[in-house]
Design a protein around this ligand. Structure first.
Ligand code: COA
Ligand code: ZN
Length: 312
């Protein structure tokens, strides 16, 4: 089996991870985390979202967070933007990449964006016109791409229609979001293979949540299909405030541990990332779902005399 030799890991913890936190995380703390990610070698970070601050108060400081990033060569600061107003704010704040998003079900789109999918497709047209010819990269996300918490299985034709709209406008790639962890390996294979067949070389990123404990198994399915971009959250935090039962993204450190053990390069220093996850844990004030931050990477051995022998 041939895996990609290098994988682009996008950390989305500052956006997907924090957006459902009720208590406002101070802007300074967000900036400190962002710079820890950069120090650990993460070069693609979804740092915030330019959405309505009334819909998601946690993201009200989007422009300040971006302004606090330590810019290093090769860094791509990505942001979510749902409409023209969000895109204008994002451009003004100096985002390198804008991620537009639409759900593959009417129910979730209604909750998340307060409009029918058809209207969101028009928003894509408007955003495309606004960003055409600009330096900024454009990516199209599809939420609930592998299942909707309100409707169950999503219509593959609707998913394809949304992707087609992004492709028509020359977006740089798409992200398939498994918003509430409903993906399974066979579904990932079916969905991705269908899109690969229709859209050829349009780059696909995968965004899994570990809601049902199979997030990394779905990554394995993606790797087998040749997908080389995955989104994950520091410490495994995350969840959509507009989807019941949504829990954390796959954890970035746990993903790295897997990829590195498979001989796949990411350019990210796992030990430094674990330190960043510990800072996040201090900021959140509760244990995080990440497992490698508790157990250490596979290579971290314990001194023999650090544990007593079992004596009957
Ligand atoms: N940034 C800042 N403010 C925005 C905005 C943006 N991107 N988009 C809209 N607003 C403001 C408008 O200016 C308006 O303000 P006003 O009442 O003071 O004039 C208000 O929000 C309502 O605007 P409207 O266009 O009617 O939006 P809406 O109420 O139908 O909500 C969205 C639509 C898309 C703005 C909102 O549903 C949203 O932000 N959703 C994001 C959800 C999200 O982030 N989910 C998690 C990611 S998966
Ligand atoms: Zn998500």
């Amino acid at each position: 089996m041939q895996w990609p030799t290098r994988v682009d890991v996008i950390d989305v913890g500052l956006r997907d991870g924090l957006q459902s936190e009720a208590a406002f995380v101070p802007t300074d703390a967000k900036i400190a985390l962002l710079n820890r990610l950069i120090d650990a070698g993460v070069r693609h970070i979804e740092a915030t979202s330019f959405v309505s601050p009334r819909a998601v108060p946690q993201m009200a400081d989007a422009a300040q967070v971006l302004a606090g990033a330590r810019r290093v060569p090769g860094l791509v600061l990505s942001v979510l933007a749902p409409n023209a107003k969000g895109v204008e704010r994002a451009l003004q704040a100096g985002a390198d990449e804008i991620v537009v998003f639409v759900s593959a079900s009417e129910s979730h789109n209604g909750k998340n964006l307060n409009r029918p999918v058809e209207r969101s497709l028009q928003d894509i047209d408007e955003i495309a016109a606004l960003t055409r010819g600009q330096q900024v990269k454009r990516k199209g996300a599809v939420a609930v791409a592998f299942g909707c918490p309100f409707e169950g299985d999503v219509d593959p034709d609707l998913l394809e229609r949304i992707v087609a709209r992004y492709a028509e406008h020359g977006f740089d790639g798409i992200t398939l979001g498994d918003t509430t962890g409903m993906a399974t390996p066979p579904l990932v294979e079916r969905t991705v293979a269908r899109l690969q067949q229709r859209f050829g070389n349009l780059p696909i990123s995968l965004h899994f949540h570990n809601t049902r404990g199979i997030g990394l198994v779905n990554v394995m399915a993606g790797l087998r299909l040749g997908i080389s971009t995955y989104e994950a959250s520091l410490g495994g935090i995350g969840g959509c405030p507009f989807a019941p039962g949504a829990t954390g993204n796959i954890c970035t450190e746990d993903l790295l541990n897997l990829l590195h053990e498979m001989g796949i390069q990411t350019g990210i220093d796992l030990d430094r990332l674990v330190q960043a996850a510990r800072l996040l844990e201090d900021i959140m004030g509760r244990p995080l779902p990440g497992q490698v931050m508790k157990a250490g990477p596979r290579s971290a051995l314990h001194r023999l005399d650090s544990v007593c022998a079992a004596q009957g």
